[in-house]
Design a protein around this ligand. Sequence first.
Ligand SMILES: [Zn+2]
Ligand SMILES: [Zn+2]
Length: 118
Amino acid sequence: MLDGLEGRPLPGAEALMVRPTPPTKGAADARGCFCDLWERSPALLERQDLPRGYCGRCSWCGKPGHTRHFPGAVGYTGAWCDWHYRVLSIVHPLGVPGVAVYAAVGVAAFFAWWALRH
Ligand SMILES: [Zn+2]
Ligand SMILES: [Zn+2]
């Protein structure tokens, strides 16, 4: 949000505002997942045998979870349960630090190869 002072509600006004969105929608937005598909096209999720309140199946353990963007700078979307998503966001194998490490290893390997040839 890049709102200046104008867009900001007065202190205390938030408590008075009635939120028009249902709680599931808010949770899906906070998670950045596709749970709002339950409202838009539930058949898509029912076909995957998913219980309500979940929008994906964890690619690691097969438990019901949420389909969302990878917790890094990579444009990758997958499905993880809450636990594995948390693990992922900590480990970040393909996140920004991970990619930098891989790039450094690649450059080092190239120089090693180059040095051996000369
Ligand atoms: Zn979801
Ligand atoms: Zn999992």
